[in-house]
Design a protein around this ligand. Structure first.
Ligand code: ZN
Length: 476
C-alpha cells in the first residue's frame, strides 16, 4: 500500500491524501488551497493522479480547505462516490455551489483585468462552474457515523465524530491486501474538547498508520472561561463605553454558529444584555439553518440552550441580513452592532466591507477567533499591521484588534496530545499534517517523545510505502 501526501503537508489548507494498493485507489479529502498569492495558480495545477482512476473519495468534513476541489475532480472526469456524513452532505449542498459562484465571478473579474491591460478579449475558464458543483453533489453519498461501510471490496471504513464542525469526522479505514490488513486513521480536523454545540472528538483505540492534524500543534489555548471573560470585556468596552461596532470575521460554517451560541448563552446567564447581532453572510445563514436541523448531533448544553431559545424570552436581537442593500445599510451603523460576517480569514466576502468601514475607527473593534493562514488579511491584522490595502485603498488600522484563541474550533496541543493518548498502543507510524511547519514540528516533537511513537512530518508530495518500508519514494 502506498500513501501520498498531496496537500496540507507543512501547511494548513488543501487537504488531500491518496491511498493506493494494486486493487484500489482512493482519496481522503480533496481540499482547496487558501491564502497567499500562489493559491489560485496552485489550485489550477492538474491533479497529481489520474482523476478517472480513483475508485472513491472519503471526506472528513465540509470546510472548503477539505472539500473545495471536489467539483474540480468531477470536472476532470471523476465519476465515483464521495462518502460524507449526512450533516456534511447537507452543508456541501450550500458550500460547493457557493464556492463555484466565487470561482465564476473571479474568472470574470480576471477577464476584465486582462481586457483592460492588454485589450484582449479572453474570458479565463473558472476553476469550476456551478454545473460542475451540482454534478459533484450528485456523487455524494450521505453515510451515518459509527457504522462500518464497504466502499469497495477490500476496504472498510467508519466515520467517527471529530467535534470540529457539524458533520465533521475522524475516518478509520481498513485496507486489506494479500500481505494483511492495515488500519489507517485520518483525524481530519479535531475539535477542542468542551467546545460549544458539538460533542468532543471520539477517542480511537488503535491504528497502524495515523495521520493527525496540527493546526495548533505548538500552542495551548487560553482556557475557556478566560476566553469568555475576554469576549464579555471586548463587547462591553466596544459597544457600551467606546460606542463603536464589534466586527467578527467568522467561517460561515462552525464559527458563526458558535459565536451566536456564546452570545445567547452569556445573555441567558445575565452576563451580557441588550445585544444587537447581525449575521451578514448568506452562507452563514444557510449553515445556521442546517445546524438547527441537526439537534441530534448537539451536546447536552446545546440542547438545553436550544430549549431556552425555543421559549423565546430575553433573547438578544439577532438578524440575518439577506440582500446586498441590507448588508450595505450596515455600513451606516456607527455604534452598538455586533456584525458577524465571512470569510473567516477576511480574504473575501462581505466582511471586507465591514472592515473597510470600521478599521479606521478607534471606537470599533475586530474580534479574531479563528485560525488565520499566512498571506491572508486576517493574519496581517493579527500580526499588528498599521495599514492594510483593500479595494485599492490604503486603510489605516485604528480599531482594536483582539485575538481570542480559546474559542478556536481546533484542538490545541494539550488536547491533541490527550486525544493521541487514547490509542492503547502507539500507532506503528504517525504523520503530522495540516499545520504550518512550526506547529507540525511542535506536535511531532511531543508525540515522538511518547513511548513507542514513530512520528514524521511529511513534505508536500511525499509518498510512503507500507509495510515494506516507510521511506520517501518521491517528492513532487
Ligand atoms: Zn476544518
Amino acid at each position: 500500500m502506498k500513501l501520498s501526501f498531496l496537500g496540507a503537508a507543512r501547511e494548513v489548507t488543501g487537504s488531500c491524501f491518496l491511498v493506493e494498493t494494486g486493487q484500489v485507489r482512493f482519496l481522503v479529502d480533496c481540499g482547496m488551497i487558501q491564502g497567499g498569492r500562489e493559491a489560485p495558480a496552485r489550485n489550477r495545477k492538474p491533479f497529481a493522479f489520474d482523476p478517472q482512476s480513483i475508485d472513491f473519495v472519503l471526506l472528513t468534513h465540509a470546510h472548503i480547505d477539505h472539500s473545495g476541489l471536489l467539483p474540480k475532480l468531477t470536472r476532470a472526469g471523476y465519476k465515483g462516490p464521495i462518502l460524507a456524513t449526512t450533516a456534511t452532505a447537507d452543508l456541501l449542498q450550500v458550500m460547493l455551489p457557493d464556492s463555484a459562484h466565487i470561482q465564476e465571478s473571479e474568472a470574470r473579474r480576471d477577464g476584465r483585468r486582462v481586457r483592460a491591460a492588454r485589450g484582449r478579449n479572453t474570458e479565463p475558464e473558472p476553476l469550476y462552474t456551478l454545473q460542475d458543483a451540482q454534478e459533484c453533489l450528485r456523487q455524494v453519498w450521505a453515510v451515518p457515523y459509527d457504522e462500518e461501510l464497504v466502499p469497495r471490496a477490500g476496504v472498510r471504513c467508519r466515520f467517527r465524530d471529530a467535534g470540529h464542525i457539524l458533520g465533521s469526522a475522524i475516518i478509520e479505514v481498513w485496507v486489506s491486501e494479500a500481505s494483511g490488513t492495515t488500519k489507517l486513521v485520518f483525524s481530519g480536523d479535531l475539535g477542542h474538547p468542551g467546545r460549544p454545540i458539538l460533542r468532543d472528538p471520539t477517542p480511537v483505540r488503535d491504528a497502524d498508520i495515523l495521520v493527525i492534524e496540527s493546526t495548533y500543534g505548538d500552542r495551548a489555548h487560553k482556557d475557556h472561561s478566560a476566553s469568555q471573560t475576554e469576549l464579555i470585556d471586548i463587547v462591553e468596552r466596544t459597544l457600551y463605553r467606546q460606542r463603536g461596532n464589534l466586527i467578527i470575521p467568522a467561517f460561515a460554517v462552525g464559527r458563526t454558529q458558535e459565536i451566536i451560541y456564546h452570545l445567547h448563552r452569556l445573555t441567558r446567564e445575565g452576563r451580557l444584555r441588550g445585544l444587537r447581532v447581525f449575521v451578514d453572510s448568506p452562507m452563514a445563514t444557510e449553515a445556521t439553518r442546517i445546524t438547527r436541523q441537526h439537534v441530534e448531533l448537539f451536546d447536552d448544553a446545546a440542547r438545553n440552550l436550544a430549549a431556552w431559545h425555543a421559549r423565546g424570552r430575553d433573547l438578544p436581537y439577532l438578524h440575518f441580513t439577506e440582500s446586498v442593500e441590507e448588508s450595505m445599510a450596515l455600513n451606516k451603523v456607527r455604534a452598538g452592532a455586533i456584525i458577524v460576517s465571512a470569510s473567516g480569514m477576511c480574504d473575501a466576502g462581505r466582511i471586507r466591507h465591514h472592515l473597510r468601514h470600521n478599521l479606521p475607527r478607534r471606537e470599533s473593534s475586530v474580534l479574531i477567533a479563528g485560525f488565520q493562514a499566512q498571506g491572508t488579511l486576517g493574519r496581517r491584522l493579527v500580526d499588528g499591521a498599521k495599514r492594510v490595502r483593500m479595494f485599492g485603498e490604503d486603510i489605516p488600522v485604528r480599531a482594536g484588534i483582539h485575538t481570542v484563541g480559546g474559542l478556536s474550533a481546533h484542538a490545541d496541543q494539550p488536547a491533541l496530545l490527550a486525544w493521541a493518548a487514547g490509542f492503547q498502543q502507539a500507532p506503528r507510524q504517525t504523520f503530522v499534517v495540516h499545520g504550518e511547519a512550526r506547529a507540525a514540528e511542535g506536535l511531532a516533537g511531543r508525540l515522538g517523545a511518547m513511548p513507542g511513537w514513530n512520528v514524521t512530518v511529511p513534505v508536500p508530495g511525499m509518498t510512503v510505502q507500507w509495510p515494506e518500508n516507510t521511506e520517501v519514494l518521491d517528492h513532487a
